[in-house]
Design a binder for this molecule. Structure first.
Ligand SMILES: Cc1cc2nc3c(=O)[nH]c(=O)nc-3n(C[C@H](O)[C@H](O)[C@H](O)COP(=O)(O)OP(=O)(O)OC[C@H]3O[C@@H](n4cnc5c(N)ncnc54)[C@H](O)[C@@H]3O)c2cc1C
Length: 444
């Protein structure tokens, strides 16, 4: 994906799902239609589920819940799912600013949710792409080592794959020197190449369009331009036992709409970079004296800068990653390909304080060139240009290691599924997160 490919999902959605699009336009929570929603009795919430955040994860969750709700109560008009997105289009934040790699799940340890959801998500994603015609390719990926220390890192990854309880789930193989030279003559790998066969690339926008279409076909309601500004747990104990009230302040400048209120029996916080703000609206914003006082939750932000490559040489046909470095908040400046075969490099790691600071930092370019030259010595530095940047919502600060995904029924509350720190491999994991949230909500 390049910056030029931040497509308007709505326009292509019209082609794919014309009926669904009409439904959205009529029910968007941006206009007078919202005035029809009442702050109803707790037992009769406006919606069964409200999902906050229309990135790839919110879309996958909303689709799973909408299909589930439709199967539980196919004829009930009250059983429905509302997807609230602050921007006028879904999928314009982190889900539109990543490497679009379908990860194998090599880096996160045997017991982490990241490993579990990445592997399950990848398996679901390949099946989903086949079924719905979402563009993707199993490119494979090389992890390359230049030093004995890096070779050791590759051996650890290989052993992890071999020892994983389902060994077939993480197919890995060593590529010997002759074969490596023949297959990718431009790639330097002094101390070894480990190949991940399950890795691929995907059109993330195509995935989101399709999820949105399925969500709407199942009766889900998309509310674009609807930032959630306040959330109140309902019920005597303030735990959400009586449902949830959400305030939305529509961003549509033309509409004479004040803050609007909607209720739901359950809520899912899938707000990505905004997830801590949503969390704090609940834990800090009402009388929670029955609960232990919580500190406000804080996210930390690690920007990843990407650089496009305009030269046709050297040619590379697989993804190339350096050996992982302990303590680095990313996977190292790697080489990925888009579906048209174009090379791009990144993302690096730049800690910032402002999550909206998405300008590519060209000062990072010399550092990126050094990193790239280690595995692609023939790279032409003059053909590298700042491209786009994405923002990782981190649960821990620089230097504090890696945190796992948080996907849980929030303790002390009823009907609140909280998703925090959904950084990479969140795109790969999205369908598995949808599945997991469905299980949490329906207690299966
Ligand atoms: C540099 C980089 C590279 C990556 N590469 C990969 C990769 O190759 N493969 C992979 O699997 N993963 C990758 N990831 C991770 C992946 O992109 C994310 O995990 C995934 O996109 C997160 O999706 P999301 O829906 O949780 O978040 P988002 O896409 O950020 O969506 C959250 C949505 O919530 C909305 N929102 C926020 N606050 C509110 C509010 N108050 N009211 C209403 N709406 C709100 C936002 O507008 C946004 O649309 C990468 C991430 C980064 C940063």
């Amino acid at each position: 994906m390049t910056s030029g490919s931040f497509k308007m999902l709505n326009s292509s959605r019209q082609r794919l799902f014309p009926a669904a699009r009409r439904a959205t336009v009529q029910t968007s929570v941006t206009s007078t239609s919202l005035r029809l929603f009442s702050v109803s009795a707790h037992r009769r919430a406006d919606f069964t589920h409200a999902v906050i955040g229309g990135g790839v994860v919110g879309l996958a969750v909303a689709r799973a819940l909408a299909e589930r709700a439709a199967s539980v109560a196919p004829s009930s008009s009250s059983s429905s799912v509302l997807l609230l997105e602050r921007h006028n289009t879904v999928g314009t934040e982190t889900s539109a600013r990543n490497s679009e790699v379908i990860h194998a799940g090599l880096y996160y340890g045997p017991d982490s949710l990241k490993t579990q959801l990445c592997i399950r998500g990848r398996q679901l994603l390949y099946g989903f792409c086949e079924e719905y015609g979402v563009a993707h390719r199993r490119t494979g990926k090389w992890i390359v080592a230049q030093t004995p220390g890096q070779r050791e890192a590759l051996e650890k990854i290989y052993a992890f794959g071999q020892n994983y309880h389902d060994r077939d789930a993480i197919p890995l193989q060593w590529v010997d020197t002759d074969e490596a030279k023949q297959r990718e003559p431009a790639v330097r790998a002094e101390a070894g190449v480990l190949e991940s066969l399950a890795t691929g690339i995907i059109d993330s926008h195509g995935l989101m369009q399709t999820l949105l279409g399925l969500f709407e076909q199942a009766g889900g309601v998309l509310a674009p331009g609807s930032p959630v500004t306040k959330i109140t747990p309902l019920g005597d104990s303030g735990t959400g036992s009586g449902g949830w009230q959400l305030c939305v302040k529509p961003t549509d400048a033309d509409a004479d709409v004040e803050e609007t209120v909607v209720t739901a029996e359950t809520i899912v916080n899938a707000a990505g970079l905004g997830a801590a703000a949503i969390h704090n609206m609940i834990t800090q914003g009402h009388d929670s004296s029955h609960l232990e006082r919580q500190e406000p939750m804080q996210l930390y932000y690690a920007k990843g800068n990407y650089f496009s490559y305009a030269h046709s040489q050297p040619r590379v046909s697989t993804l190339v990653y350096p050996a992982p470095e302990p303590g680095l908040a990313g996977l190292g400046t790697h080489l990925t390909l888009d579906l048209a075969g174009r090379i791009r490099f990144g993302p690096d790691v730049e800690w910032v304080t402002d999550p909206t600071d998405l300008a590519v930092n060209a000062d990072q370019l010399p550092q990126a060139i050094e990193a790239i030259k280690t595995y692609l010595p023939g790279v032409d530095p003059t053909a590298l240009q700042p491209d786009y940047a994405g923002m990782r919502p981190k649960l821990v600060k620089a230097g504090q290691g890696a945190a796992d995904f948080v996907v849980r029924n929030e303790p002390g509350y009823q009907g609140w599924v909280n998703l925090l720190g959904i950084e990479s491999p969140g795109l790969t994991s999205s369908l598995a997160i949808g599945e997991m949230v469905e299980k949490l909500v329906y207690e299966i």
